[in-house]
Design a protein around this ligand. Sequence first.
Ligand code: NAD
Length: 411
Amino acid sequence: MESFWASAVSHLERAGRILGLGPEVMDLLREPMRVSVFRLPLRMDDGTHRVFVAYRVHHNDALGAFRDGTRIRPDLDLDECKALAMIMTVKHALAGIPAGGAKGGIAADTGKLSSWELERLVRAYVRRLAPKGSWADVPGADIGTDYRTQAWMLDEYEQITGHHEPAAVNDKPPLLGGSEGGAEATGRGVYYVALEAMREMGLAPAGCRVAVQGFGNVGSHAASLLHAEGCRIVAVGDVRGAVADPAGLDIPGLLDHTHKAGTVAGFGGAPPISGEGVLTSDCDVLVPAAVHGVIHGGNAAAIRARLVVEGANGPVTPEAEAVLLGRSAAVIPDVLANSGGVIVCHFERYQGLTDLYWDIETVRTKLKERIVGAYRQVVARSREKGITLREACWTLALEKVAKAAELRGWV
Ligand code: NAD
């Protein structure tokens, strides 16, 4: 299977060819502008010492300061951070956000660290980050990080600099200057985009059959909103199991169950199915919202959905996408479908810089306007140029980045 990094580069190369970008621009965009790999020594609670490997990748900041996520998971590596940072450059540019793409994190298993150990590790990460600050690099959350870690990051940054600067860290709790609606933003964006695409395909939400892989932050918010809209959520899976009901699962009940059991498995009387069964279930819309590479050359022919909305980053490989498009299914690319989080992070930074904070309805209205606007631009570009939605996303974004680099005299 093609690696996540190879997939990202292949999307970039394809967009570059469509736009006719010259070799000097492609040389600039193909690799990140800065890669930091650093080691974080940590004293564990039992007095022993361990060293953790950490990363921060800055892909391109032609459009503005670097921003975004911090991932903490055991097998995190540089290629994963590089792919995610490149995708962030594209997401920002596509959503009209004047920011550069960045990603980083720590190779560590949060489940095996005490809360004290995690706090010391996250604070050590912030101390080693360079550069940092609201006009240089603003780390946000990602897998393995949350309100708690982002509050520690902000506090450590403010202890170092000696002044308050809420715009220096994203995805923090509203009480510390975070945005209302931040936690739901990505799933809500997936929902807004899915509804637009369904409307265009003549799929009425009422009774529309939806399968969701991943019932964490993104999957659970998207599933709840689509369920409230009248969709039938026929299958849901997570890393530990999956459940299905052709008549539609009770999503509020499934949420309750998952909070208690830590997994969707074992919910009510719903028959268990395999994780793969979620992807290949008989549905109209599939939302892969777990991890990358789950729909690949080996299973693409078995996907029955007419519409695939990428909640996760990179869930459909280029090979699988060709199979899906070949049988006229629509694939709404990650850089558009899951950009609700980066859009609200942009609002969060803006609120932090101005010290004026919005209520949740304002955030939701502005998120909908921006993500639906981006969706319409992408569809229009795809039709006008006869290219796929993914090609439309990447070309719309890269032409802005290339132009900004040219204006700066970089190419
Ligand atoms: P999360 O950790 O909250 O939830 C992940 C879910 O996926 C869990 O239910 C987990 O059990 C499930 N899962 C993990 N591996 C799986 C597997 N192999 N098969 C089936 N299920 C599996 O994470 P999240 O924040 O919901 O993020 C999910 C995806 O969306 C990731 O790819 C992430 O990069 C992407 N994403 C998240 C955000 C955000 O704001 N949270 C923004 C953009 C993109």
